[in-house]
Design a protein around this ligand. Structure first.
Ligand SMILES: Nc1ncnc2c1ncn2[C@@H]1O[C@H](COP(=O)(O)OP(=O)(O)OP(=O)(O)O)[C@@H](O)[C@H]1O
Ligand SMILES: [Mg+2]
Length: 235
């Protein structure tokens, strides 16, 4: 079966500095794949280069069999790829509901918005409230909800539990699992090894702009030296 997302040899530079030096990875439908690595190794840049938000210097990005490198960035989100950027990217002055509807070309089916409010009651309770008044975790949930409004078949999530209180971390993890169960392919960038071990079916480790290691959560959980080498943490 063709993977939903297949990236090969992806390279990119910011100015003259190479930030990606041939990234290879793939994500299948219903699979949650984690991309882990220390600060500055190029995780966010990988997501941005997949989307064309960071100019690519080489390599291929294939989405459901189509070559994304032929499309301009503004077309890519219309192709069924959701992106929840690091730091969330919500509009604080707009209400929760305005954020959910933002950028949609046509009114979404009522059942879709109902489904999102049913999944995230916190958003339903606060739909007329300015998004900037939500807690960090609630803003993260809003960003995920907004991405689901487009019914994506691939979601790129950049550190969705960063800086979020533990109670909401569990909610966010549960939602990610529920989304994957619907057959959505999820590429999850993480700093948090625990979250990756819990959610991912496969884990890629990145260093200096390339993927250097691939493992299942079980393999990685038993490989303290690899974890220490590439993540700088103890198991
Ligand atoms: N706008 C920019 N201008 C210059 N350098 C940048 C810019 N954005 C990123 N970089 C550099 O590119 C490299 C990769 O950054 P990137 O944000 O992809 O890392 P990351 O793995 O997501 O890190 P973190 O875990 O801290 O989010 C880093 O060395 C970073 O300093
Ligand atoms: Mg980052």
């Amino acid at each position: 079966m063709t993977p939903t997302l297949a990236v090969s040899g992806l390279s990119a530079a910011i100015g003259k500095i190479p930030v990606l030096r041939g990234v290879d990875l793939h994500v299948r439908s219903g699979e949650t794949v984690a991309l882990l690595g220390r600060n500055g190794v190029g995780k966010t840049s990988t997501l941005r280069a997949i989307l064309g938000l960071l100019p690519r210097k080489g390599g291929k990005v294939n989405f459901k069999g189509d070559d994304l490198t032929r499309l301009p960035a503004h077309r890519v989100s219309g192709e069924g790829i959701g992106y929840v950027p690091q730091g969330r990217g919500i509009f604080p002055g707009l209400t929760v509901e305005e954020n959910l509807f933002l950028g949609l070309r046509s009114a979404p089916p009522a059942a879709l918005i109902e489904d999102i409010y049913a999944r995230f009651p916190r958003l339903a309770e606060r739909k007329t409230q300015a998004a900037g008044t939500l807690s960090g975790g609630e803003q993260q949930i809003l960003a995920i909800g907004r991405c689901l409004m487009r019914q994506p078949s691939l979601i790129l999530l950049d550190e969705p539990t960063e800086g979020i209180m533990p109670k909401l971390v569990a909610d966010i993890r549960r939602e990610i699992q529920a989304i994957a169960r619907q057959g959505v392919a999820i590429l999850l960038v993480e700093q948090n090894l625990r979250t990756a071990l819990k959610l991912a079916s496969r884990i890629y480790l990145m260093e200096k702009g390339v993927v250097v290691h691939e493992a299942t959560p079980e393999q990685l959980a038993a490989d303290a030296s690899t974890v220490h080498r590439y993540l700088g943490v103890a198991l």
